[in-house]
Design a binder for this molecule. Structure first.
Ligand SMILES: Cc1cc2nc3c(=O)[nH]c(=O)nc-3n(C[C@H](O)[C@H](O)[C@H](O)COP(=O)(O)OP(=O)(O)OC[C@H]3O[C@@H](n4cnc5c(N)ncnc54)[C@H](O)[C@@H]3O)c2cc1C
Length: 443
């Protein structure tokens, strides 16, 4: 069958993109290497949209949670992933958890039976010359990964993430922290959280004792690991290692004491909006609950709200803020779009959401039009804006959807009312965008 667009990778993003384009009337070749003699280290079946780990799409609360809001927006865009998730829901309180086997079986059946989709069990090793969406995920086949790296240049494709936690700016106690750069060089660009000797020693001990996530067998022994060491590993190397590394206090005059602190945690702005701040050098394999407990002992971060917690995993992703335009096109080869986790979004839901956007951008282009991106006040638009430009390209690491990606709310609101204000604003913005971008029915 000839086709209008090739989609490479039949995971969460590729399946969603194939469905969206096929429903819009375009012929899709969906190339998936599993089932054609290839595997990834994490997938266990040949089904499309296999969930490789947890069976949860996280919170389904569209009023107070950013991922719940994203679910709602995806449903409004006729998402296959959300439809199959809703159909195979299992009890999980306010979260949307699914029967993973029934879910993937339904996505596979729906895609394979669609008259506009040809599923081809093949591995793709080179960048296509025709219109294509690359949705090969965190475990992209190595030859294709090499082709992407060759096209995008040194360091633009990462094979591992090294995620440092990100904190919402408005949850940092600036009565304890202060803004400054080391040796006063440049602007006062960092938030500095000072620790005295006792606080530092307790912190180092907590890092060493804290529970860690194990590496998978296929993640061990990576060259990456030495180059970007988790803080708990540095702590184990000696009590002063962190104090001479990412927790250096030298050159930072604490305005409250007039002296350099014994040790200091620095946070650097992480998005153009200035709402999210990255704990510099704090990549970690500590379990998430442990990170919250231990990092909240840092002066200034006692009430920190984390937009993202740290982690280190095998994860292929490109430097999207640098490489992609606002339509998810590779700037150097605009016939190619990227979707899913390889764009640097994180999670099943976010990956499928970026699949929807890539597909809708392609559909508009095939019709000779341009689809304006969803507004940044929506969860879809905020995620897209972050990965295609809002995030700092220098420190870009995978990101879940969260309210910190959206433009700040106007005026002062009580903390309890803020989340609802974000989601109300998003719903209104999405409704307007949907009305403006509706494709007229053929006469
Ligand atoms: C070990 C592990 C655990 C995870 N746990 C979770 C979790 O609990 N919750 C969560 O939300 N997210 C989790 N993730 C992230 C998760 O992988 C993504 O959220 C989601 O699967 C990404 O969707 P995707 O479509 O981008 O990639 P995938 O779902 O991985 O799909 C990519 C597809 O592309 C295929 N492919 C790769 N290379 C080629 C090629 N060259 N040619 C043809 N086909 C190719 C693969 O076989 C795969 O089917 C985990 C990831 C890993 C690796």
């Amino acid at each position: 069958m000839s086709f209008d667009i090739q989609i490479i990778g039949g995971g969460l993003a590729g399946s969603e993109a194939a469905w969206q384009l096929a429903e819009a009337g375009f012929r899709v070749r969906l190339s998936e290497m599993r089932g054609g003699g290839d595997k990834t280290p994490a997938h266990e079946t040949d089904r499309l949209a296999e969930m490789v780990c947890s069976n949860s799409f996280r919170s389904d609360d569209a009023e107070h949670n950013a991922v719940g809001l994203l679910h709602q927006e995806m449903r409004a865009l006729d998402s296959l992933i959300m439809h199959a998730g809703d159909a195979h829901r299992v009890p999980a309180g306010s979260a949307l958890a699914v029967d993973r086997e029934a879910f993937a079986a339904e996505v596979t059946r729906t895609i394979e039976q669609h008259p506009n989709i040809n599923v081809v069990r093949e591995r793709v090793d080179t960048l296509p010359a025709q219109p294509a969406i690359i949705a090969t995920g965190p475990l992209t086949g190595s030859s294709l990964a090499e082709a992407i790296a060759a096209e995008t240049g040194e360091g633009a494709l990462a094979f591992f993430d090294a995620i440092a936690p990100i904190v919402h700016r408005d949850s940092i106690d600036m009565d304890k922290a202060w803004m400054a750069a080391r040796w006063d060089k440049g602007g006062k660009d960092y938030i500095n959280c000072p620790l005295d000797k006792a606080q530092y020693q307790d912190f180092v001990a907590a890092l060493i004792d804290g529970e860690k996530m194990p590496f998978h067998d296929w993640e061990k022994d990576t060259p990456y690991f030495e180059g970007c060491m988790p803080i708990e590993v540095m702590a184990e190397r000696g009590v002063d290692t962190l104090r001479y590394g990412p927790m250096k206090g030298v050159g930072l005059d604490d305005p409250r004491t007039g002296r350099w602190p014994y040790a200091c945690v620095q946070l650097r702005q992480d998005n153009a909006l200035g709402t999210l701040w990255n704990m510099v050098g704090f990549q970690t394999k500590l379990k998430h609950g442990e990170q919250v407990r231990i990092f909240r002992t840092i002066p200034g971060l006692e009430n920190a709200e984390f937009a993202r917690l740290g982690g280190i995993h095998r994860n292929s992703f490109i430097n999207s803020p640098r490489l992609l335009d606002g339509q998810l096109r590779l700037k150097s080869k605009p016939n190619i779009r990227f979707a899913g986790q390889i764009t640097g979004c994180e999670g099943y839901v976010e990956s499928a959401a970026v699949g929807i956007l890539a597909a809708r951008f392609v559909a508009a282009e095939l019709r000779g039009a341009t689809l304006p991106p969803p507004p940044p006040e929506t969860a879809l638009g905020a995620l897209l804006a972050h990965i295609t430009g809002g995030a700092d390209a220098e420190t870009f690491q995978p990101m879940n959807v969260n309210f910190g990606l959206m433009p700040p709310l106007a005026g002062r609101l009580k903390r309890a009312d803020r989340k609802k204000a974000y989601t109300d604003r998003a719903r209104a913005a999405l409704a307007e965008w949907l009305a403006e971008t509706k494709v007229p029915e053929p006469a």
